[in-house]
Design a binder for this molecule. Structure first.
Ligand code: ADP
Ligand code: MG
Length: 161
């Protein structure tokens, strides 16, 4: 499959999906160390993009506070074996700010980079390996995860299990 859909009735279901994502990332750790992995997070304000990342970081063993990067633009976490960079480009007025801030340095070997509002940093933001889209569905959410690269496909295969 090149995409998977998860129906998330409540916050707990989102937390479980975050844990599942964490396990899938852990299973491709050697590829992350070799080339890095990029995740594009799509969804309206309040869809659960930050919540899902917080859940994944908890499952990866990060015990500190996981803040929304809305104001800082970037939050960095050291987890077991790699770094997670969590961006939110919502406040960008022009995509060129990505280049001016030197944000490209935060991508590459040893890094998982998950970004909210990548549309505001295109075309400068590096291509994703995975696209995760969250939408409202009743009182809950529906989450679509699709692969944009061979590495993304590897993650999907693990997520399916
Ligand atoms: P975003 O980063 O997409 O703007 P946040 O993650 O900051 O959104 O906020 C998402 C909100 O949705 C949080 O209040 C969270 O508790 C809630 N939430 C997360 N998953 C679900 C779910 N499956 N059903 C209902 N509410 C959810
Ligand atoms: Mg957010």
């Amino acid at each position: 499959a090149h995409s998977l859909e998860f129906h998330l009735a409540d916050e707990e279901a989102t937390s479980e999906l975050g844990a599942r994502l964490a396990r899938a990332l852990d299973s491709v750790k050697s590829e992350i160390l070799e080339k890095g992995l990029n995740i594009k997070l799509v969804g309206d304000l309040g869809a659960g993009k930050t919540y899902l990342m917080r859940s994944a970081l908890r499952a990866l063993g990060f015990e500190g506070r996981v803040k929304s990067p809305t104001f800082s633009l970037l939050e960095t976490y050291k987890v077991d074996g790699f770094t997670v960079n969590h961006f939110d480009f919502y406040r960008f007025e022009d995509p060129v700010e990505f280049e001016e801030a030197g944000f490209r340095e935060n991508y590459g070997p040893g890094r998982v980079v998950a970004s909210e509002w990548t549309s505001k940093a295109e075309p400068f933001v590096p291509q994703p390996d995975l696209t995760i889209t969250l939408k409202n569905e009743g009182d809950g959410r529906v989450c679509d995860i699709s692969a944009d690269s061979a590495l993304g496909n590897q993650v999907l295969e693990v997520l399916k299990k």
